[in-house]
Design a protein around this ligand. Structure first.
Ligand code: NI
Length: 161
């Protein structure tokens, strides 16, 4: 799978629910994980490879890889935390983003089993970041306009536009 980057309109579209978790979806999950590892990232969502389906994968350090299909964020803490974030679709940009500290999410795994999970720390951050991708939202959207414009200007310069 090939990761698409900022400027590709697919990153701005809402992904569709997966109707049936079958062998094809299992294969997609596997391929997303391979692509995630190749990109040396910690999370990757369907839309980032141009696949407009509600699926993302997360793999943080020594943890087991996790697959989230049709995820629903059930709850987020009012308490927020600021942490540096990047995105495989916006290479070379690392910036502090404010997000809820903890959350509760329900989703299905690649075997079609429903699960509910509480998360905090980096895991919570990655889940919220990847969930945003399913909604067509990028982490730069969560910055002040001033900061966002500064980043976009820097990216434009880098691309020589
Ligand atoms: Ni991302």
């Amino acid at each position: 799978m090939e990761i698409i980057t900022l400027g590709n309109e697919l990153l701005r579209q809402k992904a569709e629910r997966i109707i049936k978790i079958d062998a094809e979806v299992t294969k997609i999950a596997e391929e997303l994980l391979v692509t995630l590892h190749q990109g040396k990232g910690v999370g990757l969502a369907g839309p980032q490879v141009g696949l407009m389906k509600r699926i993302f994968v997360v793999h943080i350090d020594q943890d087991l890889p996790r697959v989230f299909i049709n995820p629903v964020i059930l709850e987020t803490s009012a308490e927020t935390v600021k942490y540096e974030e990047g995105c495989l679709s916006i290479p070379g940009v690392w910036v502090e983003v404010i997000r809820p500290k903890t959350l509760r999410v329900q989703a299905w795994n690649e075997q079609g089993r429903s699960f509910t999970q509480e998360a905090e720390g980096i895991l919570a951050r990655v889940i919220l970041h990847e969930y945003d991708h399913l909604e067509g939202t990028l982490f730069i959207d969560r910055l002040s306009e001033l900061k966002r414009n500064r980043i976009l200007a820097k990216l434009k310069k880098r691309q020589g536009v």
